[in-house]
Ligand binder design. Structure first.
Ligand code: CAA
Length: 392
């Protein structure tokens, strides 16, 4: 790499509603502390009927374009595992909604929750080949499990958009990475299902095995030592998973994983995820955003990121924070996006889950419900119709 390449800007969007997990506990009789303490989750984002992965993605990407314009963007990489179409990329809708150049490639990437990291690394490669270009990377997902299943407490939804560029304002993506792929059937969603199949316990152990193997690969390739990192971000299906993962890493290195150590290393990265819930491809980057918004100055310091996508592919990589990065954060906007969600009861959540889009070609006008700058307005001729809020 001749010029430093990395994350020039990062923006977050989440859905309209939030259900406190006390509501889920009221419905299913669980002790709420199983969720608050055992899983480390207080609430989960629930999208409105006029929101989906495209509207969330466009809401995140719009903030990037408003600040930096579209010049130099020739690639839009959209990572998701809750895709809305088996053929057409969700990136094409975003290109149209936010007015990105027609002279661009707009594609969707998939490997469960790992897709966002693959998009980021591919973007770095594109910019390395031509440092004049900037790549818009979007990770957007709505995590939805079967009703009354074990996974229901780990739902949520969010999108994170990142502008990847040479000489970035925020963070340089470091070259050394650790990789791990293994064929594991821990979580998957066949084409005919709208919710995934999951072996919860296997998924946790597969994730932890991936932490160990990716770290070993990273170390073997000359990566930094644990003590050289100022922060650790993990993919967070639920925030307690980050504790389990970091414990595994520390123990691997012969370091005692005390409660104080885990709190010090992880707490800033879990604040947003604790409220949003799982956001699959976006989750790691929600955690990174939370770290940036809740840390002391990380100027010049390195942060380790661990990405896990069931099935499974994992990557341990790192970024080095650019001095002065704090002037470019969106802390107030990010906090507001989470705080302004409308609290809902379990009954309201259930009614939202009962709402489904037609699959038989019939027409549907979707009522305006969310405050999102972009809405799903209709289903017509088997197509999703979107509009910017100002255009309605
Ligand atoms: N007070 C405090 N803690 C309590 C408690 C109480 N009253 N009751 C239970 N707990 C604790 C349990 O001891 C347990 O903690 P440990 O794991 O540290 O032992 C924790 O709460 C959860 O309890 P259970 O294991 O009994 O919960 P569960 O049977 O509902 O399963 C789950 C949890 C497997 C995560 C389930 O929610 C699930 O299947 N989720 C979807 C899959 C998932 O998120 N997997 C994560 C790894 S895969 C991945 O990362 C990819 C992805 O995004 C999907």
């Amino acid at each position: 790499m001749t010029v430093p390449i990395g994350i020039h800007d990062i923006a977050l969007a989440t859905g309209h509603y939030a259900m406190d997990l006390a509501e889920l506990a009221r419905h299913n009789g669980a002790d709420v502390n199983k969720y608050y303490i055992g899983l480390g989750q207080t609430s989960q984002t629930v999208p409105a009927p006029d929101e989906d992965i495209v509207t969330l993605a466009a809401a995140a990407a719009k903030q990037i374009v408003a600040r930096h314009g579209v010049e130099g963007i020739r690639t839009i990489l959209f990572a998701t595992e809750s895709g809305i179409d088996q053929s057409k990329s969700a990136a094409v809708y975003v290109q149209d909604l936010i007015g990105l150049p027609a002279a661009s490639r707009a594609v969707e990437l998939k490997q469960a929750c790992y897709g966002g990291t693959s998009a980021l690394q591919l973007a770095v490669g594109i910019v390395a080949r031509d440092p004049e270009q900037r790549v818009l990377v979007i990770a957007s997902d709505i995590a939805k499990y079967d009703l009354d299943s074990g996974g229901e407490s780990t739902q949520g939804g969010a999108a994170v958009a990142m502008l990847v560029a040479a000489n970035p304002n925020l963070a340089v993506v470091d070259e050394t990475v650790g990789l791990y792929t293994a064929n594991v059937q821990d979580f998957w969603r066949p084409n005919y299902r709208s919710t995934p199949l999951v072996d919860g316990k296997l998924s946790v152990s597969a994730y932890l095995e991936a932490v160990e193997q990716a770290w070993k690969d990273y170390e073997g390739r000359g990566g930094r030592g644990v003590s050289e990192f100022a922060g650790f971000c993990y993919h967070q299906p639920f925030t307690k998973m980050a504790h389990k993962a970091h414990t595994r890493l520390l123990e691997l290195k012969g370091i005692e994983a005390t409660a104080a150590r885990l709190h010090a290393d992880l707490s800033p990265t879990t604040i947003y995820n604790r409220a949003i819930g799982n956001s699959y491809t976006a989750s790691l980057f929600v955690g990174f955003t939370s770290l940036l918004d809740h840390s002391d100055d990380l100027d010049g310091r390195s942060v380790a990121l661990f990405s896990y996508g069931s099935g499974c592919v994992a990557e341990l990589f790192s970024v080095t924070m650019v001095p002065g990065y704090r002037a470019h954060l969106r802390t107030a906007d990010n906090r507001a996006a989470i705080a302004r969600r409308e609290p809902i009861s379990y009954e309201k959540y259930r009614a939202l889950r009962d709402f489904t889009l037609p699959e038989d070609g019939s027409e549907l006008v979707v009522s305006a419900r969310s405050r999102s700058p972009f809405r799903l307005t209709a289903i017509s001729g088997h197509s999703r119709i979107y509009a910017a809020a100002h255009a309605q």
